[in-house]
Design a protein around this ligand. Structure first.
Ligand code: ASP
Ligand code: MG
Length: 439
């Protein structure tokens, strides 16, 4: 069986949902994972924010506006009277819950419950659409099987057991539909797999049912070799290894949730990225093979903070790095890049929620400099550090002020830290130097 995940744009309008119906209705059994309709999760976040800051009128206004969008979607999607009535009743229930939420006292759980409504809505409506076409469809509530543990990692044993049991109870279905993104936490309360988490849902399901393939359907024909939002003439990459895809997803290629390939790499389940609007395009196939070496793709991750830790005591002393790392460990803050010299260590973090405390601790034994608004520009490809063309990337040194370079940490990744204001120039010039437009 295959798992097909469709992102927010793919289910973002009546027209696009009808398109997705065409793609999934090919007579093959499958699990379909859906995101919320595009814009919905952002809107739900805004509603939760308004509730948190006691802006009740603003919240109610947003809820009513969103309700209208869903009423219009039902009008366009469902001609069948009884299905249309059923869908309206469900949508009303959801929006009543949202309206009631504006009178509740704010909590993190309430936020998560509000955020969960997007995927609950899209899957309900899409299930009605398939019922209208007389397709044998079953809606599997993700909250009945998707769960994270107290370390916020997926509880894979639980997921597998409960998903398989649930599918057995609905074994006469051709298409199983479920919500991406949402899950329960270790206490059985509504939670989620973070923004973009539907990709992760899809591969967790793929691993749990030992799927033949996981397909991630979006609005672009695969992973591109640079960020198409900033750079012209980017092109899709046909093949990526799990390692390459994981590095790209982690370092900013927005198309995939950073954890997407984690569940499937061990069983070598292929992940295929496809374009809903252009199903005939090859897209990108991610599996255990790297095929060729050299730089395959460039991506950038923003909101990075660089911390320079300088100390004369570091000179020829052991134990200095341990002291530094212990501070980050205490504040549960992950380090992304690190470079060292004889008297200083520079490192980067993307979660700066404990920055003040970290700096205070480090200042007990070193001089600290903090640079915010940095971006990691990451070049990825099998064995790039050994490739004969890789030197070309260093031409970019003449265009931008590079704050740090990490080379050799892994054979597949070279990372540059630049001020975010220089990110686009860096991406554009790398595109010219690396992808042969300048030899
Ligand atoms: N709807 C969620 C988001 O916008 C999850 C997803 O689309 O993957 O982040
Ligand atoms: Mg996404």
């Amino acid at each position: 069986m295959k798992v097909l995940k469709f992102g927010g744009t793919s289910v973002g309008s009546v027209k696009n949902m009808l398109h997705v119906k065409e793609v999934v209705d090919d007579g093959q059994p499958k699990v379909v994972v859906l995101s919320a309709m595009s814009g919905t999760t952002n809107m739900l976040i805004a509603i939760a924010d308004s509730i948190q800051y006691s802006e009740t009128n603003k919240a109610i206004e947003s809820i009513n506006r969103l309700h209208e969008t869903y009423s219009e979607t039902i009008e366009g999607l469902l001609i069948n009277q009884s299905l249309s009535i059923k869908a309206k009743a469900y949508v009303n229930e959801v929006f009543n819950f949202l309206l009631q939420s504006t009178y509740k006292s704010y909590s993190h759980l309430l936020r998560n419950e509000i955020l969960a409504q997007g995927e609950l809505l899209s899957t309900f409506l899409f299930t009605c659409l398939l019922e209208q076409e007389n397709i044998k469809v079953a809606l599997l509530p993700a909250l009945d099987f998707m769960r994270i543990d107290k370390t916020k990692e997926p509880d894979f044993f639980y997921i597998k057991k409960h998903l398989q049991a649930l599918m057995e109870t609905k074994s006469r279905s051709d298409i199983y539909i479920t919500q991406g993104f949402i899950c329960l936490d270790e206490n059985g309360q509504v939670s989620n797999l973070q923004r973009g988490g539907s990709d992760y849902t899809a591969t967790l399901i793929g691993a749990a049912i030992n799927a033949k393939e996981v397909q991630i359907w979006t609005d672009i024909d695969g992973m591109h070799n640079n960020d198409p939002r900033y750079v012209e003439y980017t092109s899709p990459i046909s093949n990526l290894s799990y390692d390459e895809a994981a590095e790209l997803a982690y370092f900013g290629a927005k198309i995939l949730h950073p954890q997407t390939v984690t569940p499937v790499r061990q069983d070598s389940i292929p992940v295929r990225l496809k374009n809903t609007m252009c199903p005939e395009a090859y897209g990108t196939l991610i599996d255990a093979n790297a095929f060729e070496s050299g730089i395959k793709a460039i991506a950038a991750k923003d909101n990075i903070t660089a911390i320079k830790i300088k100390s004369a005591r570091m000179l020829q002393a052991h134990g200095f790095l341990k002291k530094v790392f212990d501070v980050f460990e205490t504040y549960e803050t992950a380090i992304d890049m690190i470079t060292t010299s004889e008297v200083a260590v520079s490192l980067t973090i993307d979660d700066d929620s404990s920055l003040d405390m970290i700096v205070k601790e480090l200042e007990k034994f070193a001089v600290i400099e903090v640079d915010k608004n940095q971006s990691i520009v990451c070049l990825v490809g099998h064995s790039i550090v050994h490739h004969e063309d890789t030197f070309k990337l260093f031409q970019v040194l003449k265009d931008v002020k590079i704050r740090m370079i990490s080379y050799g940490g892994s054979n597949n990744n070279i990372s540059l830290l630049v001020p975010t204001s220089e990110k686009v120039t860096t991406l554009k010039n790398l595109q010219r130097y690396v992808f042969k437009l300048v030899s």
